[in-house]
Design a protein around this ligand. Structure first.
Ligand SMILES: [Zn+2]
Length: 235
């Protein structure tokens, strides 16, 4: 276990080494934006959050070590798994229990684990703007800035629209679009260049033509984040 850059570590390199060295990973799980790597003996769970630029890379040739590796896991039988994160917004941590960890992070239910009924019940009680609600990790986890824009773009709702002003059929529509967007994004490996032509996220740029109706895309600030939207079809 090597930690070339410790800025994203929430635990000491020593504790990380002690917990992981000589062990074997058995499975992974996810809640919201957190990934959990479970050790086979159940003793510890490695927690990874990818921030905006984090990724995992596995390679056998050391020349392939990425430029911004924060954690390197070298395997006994060869090969290295690198946690690479250009901007230091990621997290590397350890836990013994996923539920306890997500409680500590105050994570709401995962967006892909919700049924339509649960989603609608939650959103009916939530005040504020649609974009803020979708991005609020304590309310519902997993959807961030980019995907909240994509969901609202495809659902045809303005990012400042009030959650309480949506009726049942509109909330149901929002849920359906959210599921479609997240599942398609996963299928595309979350690579914007591989997203369908009519997605906003293929080119997140103010002023570019809306792929649906050619209206120039506008930019505004909501909850401190930049929201992109089409002033024509997002009402
Ligand atoms: Zn449009």
């Amino acid at each position: 276990v090597e930690t070339p850059d410790r800025d994203v570590l929430r635990i000491s390199p020593g504790r990380l080494k002690k917990a992981l060295e000589g062990k074997q990973f058995a499975s992974t799980s996810r809640k919201g934006k957190f990934m959990f790597m479970h050790l086979e003996d159940g003793s510890r769970i490695l927690v990874l959050h990818f921030g905006m630029t984090g990724r995992l890379l596995y390679y056998r040739n050391e020349d392939r070590e990425p430029d911004h590796a924060r954690l390197l896991l070298h395997f006994q039988k060869g090969g290295t798994l690198a946690y690479d994160c250009m901007r230091k917004l990621g997290i590397v941590d350890l836990t013994e229990d996923v539920n306890k960890y997500s409680k500590g992070e105050d994570l709401g239910p995962d967006a892909l684990s919700l049924s339509k009924d649960e989603f609608m019940r939650m959103f009916k009680r939530k005040r504020g703007m649609l974009k803020s609600a979708l991005m609020d990790q304590t309310f519902m986890s997993g959807v961030g800035n980019v995907y909240s824009d994509e969901i609202l773009f495809q659902a045809g709702f303005h990012p400042r629209h009030k959650t309480t002003e949506l009726d049942d059929s509109q909330l149901g529509h929002l849920f359906d679009v959210m599921q479609e967007v997240l599942e398609k994004a996963i299928e595309c490996g979350a690579q914007p260049g591989d997203f369908p032509e009519n997605w906003l996220t293929r080119e997140r740029e103010e002023g570019r033509a809306c792929p649906w109706d050619s209206t120039p895309i506008e930019k505004t600030k909501i909850s401190g984040r930049s929201a992109l939207f089409c002033p024509n079809h997002q009402k």
